[in-house]
Design a protein around this ligand. Sequence first.
Ligand code: PAF
Length: 276
Amino acid sequence: MDVIHSVSALRERLQREPNNVFVPTMGNLHAGHIQLINIAKPRAACTVVSIFVNRLQFGPKEDFDKYPRTLEKDCTKLREAGVDVVFVPDESEIYPEPQTYVIEPSDLQHILDGAVRPGHFRGVATVVLKLFNMVSPHSAIFGKKDYQQCLVLTNMVRQLALPIELILAETVRAEDGLALSSRNRYLSPDERREAPHLYGILCKARDQLATGARDYQRIELDVMAELAHRGWKPDYISIRRQSDLRPPVNGETAMVVLAAARLGGTRLIDNVEVNI
Ligand code: PAF
């Protein structure tokens, strides 16, 4: 496995291996990332993973500084998973000058997570486009836990005609249902015990929709109240359609219930799809 720090060395390495599939990450790797790599590996001769904590997608009051950086452990996991190239750029490689040209992901960046985290999806889309230009993969894999991110990137690839196939992978969960996330490590033991309830209430909402309930607002308010009662501070619980994350219209068959809520100092997100 080659660990590469500069864009020039990366390009040189990948010239020998143009058939590559890409898994972008911010490190602190867990089983969810390994699942993305397992999906990637059979698709190309060379699997490339990037580890870069992207300042551009963090708000001024968010956890950029304390975001866990665990490069040595990450590299051990990547080696075991059979990754060929790990790209670990310094900030100066990705942003050698202030990034004044950015990707604005239209209306999608202002709703749901975008409303709570202004500028987040601009930062995500901009860095992912730059990474795509550095790696030139034919495919890239993203996890559906970041549902809105998946849609932002799918739209970017389509609208900018990027020659890259995006593959979206199902969320990997702990046995108790909690979606795996690098931020789970911020949870205290008590909070960790409580955390799977986020998935639990999403499943409850999904089951109501699946059995014919259509008062979306009522369902959202009920689950929001339940979470608040358990000590969470929900940012949103929202039933949307899968195609564009707009509110569902009558007769909608492909929906997703999305949630973001704080448990103590930790903000967790999760979602479940509902196909009727
Ligand atoms: O999902 C993530 O880890 C990040 O948002 C990504 C796609 C690596 C961009 O920084």
